[in-house]
Write a protein that binds this ligand. Sequence first.
Ligand SMILES: [Zn+2]
Length: 210
Amino acid sequence: MTGTELLEIFKKTGGYITGSHIVYTSGKHGEAYLNKDAIYPHTNEISQVCFEIAKRYKEKEIEVVAAPALGGIILSQWTAYHLSKMTGKEVLGIYTEKTPDKNQVFTRGYGKLVYGKKVLVVEDITTTGGSVIKVISSVKSAEGIVIGVCVLANRDPENINSNTIGVPFQSITEIKLNAWEEKECPLCKKGIPINTQVGKGKEYLSNKKT
Ligand SMILES: [Zn+2]
């Protein structure tokens, strides 16, 4: 699966909207929107994507796939499933959970499953890389060995890569979203209607009226 094919899956499931006029949570405007939650209900597509991840790591003797909850649970399960099929050995799929102080830790006894094991970390979209770094640190605390990190889409390749993450890192695709301050937004200037279905478009328009 190429990056372009993954983007087609994102688009088909409504996970990647382009050619629109979006208001982001930051208040900035842009023409594209990523909604990773839209892809998860489509199990066939998720299976295909995780098959691609599994293919890339099948020679690496991965024993456990770990990911940050919630979306990552689905990715770790499917990736571990395909790796198990490809290698003929059981590969476990586990996840970390967010603590009140926003860390990502193993609960439910999953830390024990990582001890001394070769671990692949997976994630859907990296914006800052924060979640992935926290999962890596939890694997290391549990004395597991992180073999690599694979994400579906990396939004910031300059700042999120093997050097900054500290372990071999790869993404299936890279997506950069341009964002402008409202005053400088070329879409506002052209009078393109705001998308009220996703992002903060609805709130933005109702604030404008008052
Ligand atoms: Zn605008």
